[in-house]
Design a protein around this ligand. Structure first.
Ligand code: GLU
Length: 437
């Protein structure tokens, strides 16, 4: 059995993540004690999930659910299935959820779950048993008013459907609001599928307005071509932006005058990897691209760089190789705190993860509201409300950064801390003692 601290990628990612709190504190209106509280997750469950495999053998999978904070509402956050999942990572991801929900002003705290598994190695039935087994184990810990899971890396709507069904069986009643990102027939929301990419796209549209960009001249590189990366590339392409490079875990491709993104998405999803896009003769001719490594992609001379894969992409060592002036963090935690320092010194404009990728959880919130009301919105309604929230949050953070001459990440954390502080203050007794009663 693995211990909680096993398999951490690149040091303790949670400890590194919370360093941002101290930096932002100075610009936030929040009590120091409340900030101290945010350095410690409220609750953690660690479970082991026995799964009967198709060949009759038994495998035990480790899983976690972390509730980081619930000052502003029930815990909210995805469940990740990945071989590198570990407790530090899940804690960091839960912490980012707390901050993210506060930045966009939706009434949630932060939570996250993870199972140590490579889902690509499981059959569909094994995956279903694992998903249901995980929910049975954490069932007591989650609920529509306490902690609401959702998809994350390598989990999807189908898995959310199984999880909701399993939870509903445990409760003896249909409970769609316990989980978001469900298939539409099971109470999912229209517009949830592309919401993370779309939220980042709305941020880029605001940058376009602020900076007076001509989209046709803006070259974009996207690292990571899963759900979020694909949709942000697609939406930008529709607006005439030039997507000149994309990569996935197997490698990347580059094309000076920009890709036809819909065909790239089609190839990627048919072959399951971008590599096949250029390895297969006919397709190779069709896309006419050069191959590049992930490292090369990050150092490309482009206008906007979009990390849309996993954590720890920009570190103190490699961040100085970044040539793009603007980075839009669609992944969670792509920049370490050392990486931050380097990017700030180089005067890069970084739209931080807790803002840029908040579109997913925002539409999750819409889904939860619809489930509770039993009344469903149209896709244009979802998109319009998402645009409103993302644009407002982007401008609040951008303005704070300008006003205080700080980077956008610090501004986003300061803004989030102030929101969290208001909630804590509203139920607390701190002001009573401070007033000297
Ligand atoms: N996993 C997504 C995130 O990191 C979505 C979470 C949610 O919808 O609750 O933001």
């Amino acid at each position: 059995m693995t211990t909680a601290a096993d398999g951490d990628r690149g040091g303790n990612i949670f400890d590194d993540a919370i360093k941002r709190l101290d930096r932002a504190f100075e610009f936030a209106e929040i009590d120091a004690e409340a900030v101290e509280r945010l350095k410690h997750p409220r609750a953690i469950v660690q479970v082991s999930v026995p799964v009967r495999m198709d060949d009759g053998s038994l495998r035990i999978f480790e899983g976690y659910r972390v509730r980081h904070d619930d000052s502003r509402g029930p815990g909210k956050g995805g469940v990740r299935f990945h071989p590198d999942v570990n407790l530090h990572e899940v804690k960091a991801l839960a912490f980012w959820m707390t901050c993210k929900c506060a930045v966009v002003g939706i009434p949630y705290g932060g939570a996250k779950g993870g199972v140590v598994v490579n889902p690509k190695e499981l059959s569909r039935l094994e995956l279903e048993r694992l998903s249901r087994g995980f929910i049975r184990q954490i069932g007591e810990f989650i609920g529509p008013e306490s902690d609401i899971p959702a998809p994350d890396v390598y989990t999807n709507a189908m898995i959310m459907g199984w999880m909701m069904d399993e939870y509903s069986k445990m409760q003896g009643q249909r409970t769609p609001a316990v989980i978001t990102g469900k298939p539409i027939p099971l109470g999912g929301s229209l517009g949830r599928e592309d919401a993370t990419g779309r939220g980042a796209y709305y941020c880029i549209k605001e940058l376009e307005r602020q900076k007076g960009w001509d989209p046709g001249r803006i070259r974009v590189a996207v690292q990571g071509f899963g759900n979020a990366g694909q949709h942000v590339a697609r939406l930008l392409h529709e607006d005439n932006y030039r997507i000149v490079a994309v990569s996935d875990s197997k490698g990347g491709i580059f094309k000076q005058d920009g890709f036809d993104v819909p065909s790239l998405i089609r190839f990627k999803n048919e072959s399951r990897q971008l590599k096949a896009v250029y390895c297969d003769g006919s397709v190779c001719e069709m896309v006419d691209a050069d191959t590049i490594s992930n490292e090369e992609l990050l150092a490309l001379d482009v206008d906007v760089l979009v990390p849309a894969a996993l954590e720890n992409v920009f570190t103190g060592e490699n961040a100085r190789k970044v040539r793009a002036p603007v980075i839009v963090e669609v992944a969670n935690g792509p920049t370490t705190s050392d990486g931050d320092a380097v990017l700030n010194e180089a005067k890069k404009l970084v739209v931080p993860d807790i803002l840029a990728n908040a579109g997913g959880v925002t539409v999750s919130y819409f889904e939860w509201v619809q489930n509770k009301q039993g009344y469903y919105w149209t896709e244009p309604e979802v998109q319009e409300r998402l645009r409103e929230i993302m644009t407002r949050a982007f401008n609040a953070v951008y303005d704070l950064a300008e006003r205080r001459s700080i980077d956008m990440r610090t501004a986003a954390y300061a803004y989030a801390l102030t929101r969290i502080g208001e909630a804590i203050e509203a139920v607390g007794t701190q002001s009573f003692f401070q007033a000297g009663h």
